[in-house]
Design a protein around this ligand. Structure first.
Ligand code: F6R
Length: 591
């Protein structure tokens, strides 16, 4: 949620700030701004909308600057609420939520301050002005001491032409030095192309960035040493490689990505330790949000069916406040692409404190979840730029199925690794058939709503298909358990309603077909995603995508492919940019 950048160095800051913000737009893009220090004065350039609206600021002079791309939480998207926020001699950019903003605002108003935005962030600039006595770092330490909630902050002061100060609590922040400059950003993608030394700031830490480089401090402002991050500048630099959108490029990468997840798992240095833990595991709690929650649901079917170990899957924002029961020998799996989702981090921490062994399944090295987990397993999907998750979902599935296989083995059962490895080719074959859904688009274009039906693992995949469609087409849709439809929701199905039915488990196929008969009888257009050829030419079916066969427990890794493609092509047909859906951010670092 929100991306921040900062620069001081021998070049003009504006080009780095604007290019960096564009790379961080996956974190939010409803308003943007930069502040540049020139001749002892802060100059502000802000806009509602995307970073590209600030294009004319690129030529502005100033070697010290900060920038922000916003995903609105407190205060509507508007120029006044866009960061940087300036108060007196101070400009700040902030990612996170200041939970005690009203208390602080009250105090500052009583002192005679006036506010120019509706944001929670503006209090930070006011507090800096209040605590500043010639030392910006000390003022930041005092300010941070007053803040409750989450923050990654970068600040500058008109009196100091050659330094930036940063603070971090719960929201991610990376600082860097090299090539005659110092840098700060919400994540390394904004800086990576510079090939400089980068350091991740930890919770409660501060950084001073000036002509001498980067100095990192702990809470008491004692200097602490930092190891530079290992990263590949090229892998971190986003590139569509000829595809029109990142989303389509990332979908095309799925076969390679799941292959990597499977192979990396078997070679993971954590494998031995994990096997020991799995051997004593009695139950599993999976905590996650959004798409990652759906991969948890898919994993539940596989683990319970193959290992006979109970799995509870809980939306992280619910788990964290419900005082969950965590008996001994519980394994907690926190599934998160970004590794920064605030609710998932809190739920994972709670499970760990309650005694669970915490395994993180994440795609992002050095992310916050990696610092709290007992064991970290990387999905290895590579950077995912499109806001709607695709390849990371398939990679999570493959990795979770690998865990299921290792768990089955640790309980004296069979291994499924060879089968999982073969899935790489099966997925590559299935990926090709996804293009067939383009023929379905005319039936969905005029629809008021869409249904996705399935049973068992197909139901979990149906939920993901529905989420993807909602996220990037803005069409209302429901993912439904096929047997549950008749308990009310069937009332919403009428002439021409598109219904996507998933049918991959021979044991459940006829049962799901009951729901297909019911919607067909009410005039629905039924689109089938199946690995069972005998259902393709049933009279109820308008069109079908036939997938290669695979074990029912693992089928979502295949069946989700046409669902992702359907959402993608329909999004374009409805005139949207599938890479940048409205009101959605890639990394949700606020509650
Ligand atoms: C879906 C999507 C979101 C995320 C959710 C969790 O396309 O992008 O629903 O899945 O915000 O994010 P992570 O996996 O980063 O914890």
């Amino acid at each position: 949620m929100c991306g921040i950048v900062g620069y001081y160095g021998k070049e003009n800051a504006a080009p780095f700030l604007l290019d960096g913000l564009k790379k961080l737009e996956y974190r939010g893009y409803d308003s943007a701004g930069i502040a540049l220090l020139r001749g002892g004065k802060i100059n502000l350039y802000r806009c509602r909308g995307r970073v590209r609206e600030l294009g004319s600021a690129r030529r502005e002079k100033g070697q010290l600057g900060i920038g922000h791309t916003r995903w609105a939480t407190h205060g509507a998207p508007s120029e006044a609420n866009a960061h940087p926020h300036v108060y007196g001699k101070f400009a700040i950019v902030h990612n996170g939520i200041i939970e005690n903003q009203f208390e602080l605002k009250g105090e500052l108003l009583a002192r005679g301050d006036t506010f120019s935005s509706e944001t929670d962030s503006e209090v930070i600039a006011h507090l800096l002005a209040y605590y500043y006595e010639g030392d910006l770092l000390a003022a930041m330490q005092k300010t941070a001491g007053r803040l409750k909630g989450s923050y990654a902050v970068a600040a500058m002061c008109e009196e100091i032409p050659d330094a930036l100060v940063c603070a971090r609590s719960k929201s991610p922040l990376v600082v860097g030095e090299g090539n005659g400059g110092v840098y700060v950003a919400s994540d390394l993608s904004a800086i990576a192309a510079r090939g400089v030394a980068l350091y991740a700031l930890g919770d409660g830490e501060f950084a001073l960035l000036n002509g001498k480089g980067v100095t990192v401090y702990d809470r008491d402002l004692t200097v602490i040493p930092k190891e530079p991050l290992e990263y590949d500048p090229e892998a971190e630099a986003p590139d569509k490689r000829g595809y029109r959108h990142y989303m389509r490029k990332e979908m095309a990468e799925i076969p390679a990505v799941i292959g990597k997840s499977c192979i990396d798992f078997a070679r993971d240095p954590a494998y031995e330790e994990l096997t020991r833990v799995l051997g004593r595991t009695q139950r599993i709690h999976i905590v996650a949000c959004g798409t990652a929650y759906h991969s948890g649901l898919c994993a539940k079917f596989a683990i319970e069916s193959l290992c006979r170990i109970p799995v509870e899957v809980c939306v992280a924002s619910e788990y964290r406040y419900r005082n969950p029961i965590v008996p001994p020998d519980t394994l907690a799996l926190a599934v998160t692409q970004s590794g920064e989702t605030a609710d998932t981090l809190a739920a994972a921490e709670l499970a760990k404190q309650a005694g669970a062994y915490l395994v993180a399944v994440t795609n992002v090295p050095y992310s916050s979840i990696t610092r709290i987990a007992d064991t970290v397993l990387f999905t290895g999907a590579g950077r995912e730029i499109a806001v709607a998750a695709t390849k990371s979902f398939n990679a999570q599935l493959e990795l979770l199925y690998c865990i299921a296989s290792a768990l089955a083995e640790s309980k004296g059962g069979q291994s499924y690794f060879a089968e999982l490895h073969r899935l790489i080719e099966t997925v590559a074959a299935a990926e090709k058939s996804c293009e067939e859904v383009r023929g379905w688009i005319p039936y969905f274009l005029g629809a008021r709503s869409v249904f996705f039906l399935g049973r068992g693992a197909d139901y979990a995949a149906a939920l993901e298909g529905s989420l993807k469609l909602k996220e990037i087409t803005y069409l209302p849709s429901e993912g439904y358990a096929a047997g549950e439809l008749k308990h009310g929701t069937l009332a919403l199905v009428d002439e021409g309603t598109p219904v996507v039915a998933l049918l991959t488990d021979p044991a459940l196929a006829e049962k799901t077909m009951n729901a297909v008969h019911e919607v067909y009888a009410r005039g629905a257009n039924v689109f089938l995603i199946t690995s069972l050829p005998e259902y393709v030419s049933r009279k109820e079916v308008s069109s079908a995508v036939l997938l290669p066969a695979c074990r029912a427990e693992f089928s979502p890794v295949l069946s989700v492919l046409p669902l992702q493609a359907l959402a993608y092509y329909l999004s374009i047909a409805r005139g949207n940019n599938p890479d940048k859906p409205r009101n959605l951010a890639k990394s949700v670092t606020v509650e």
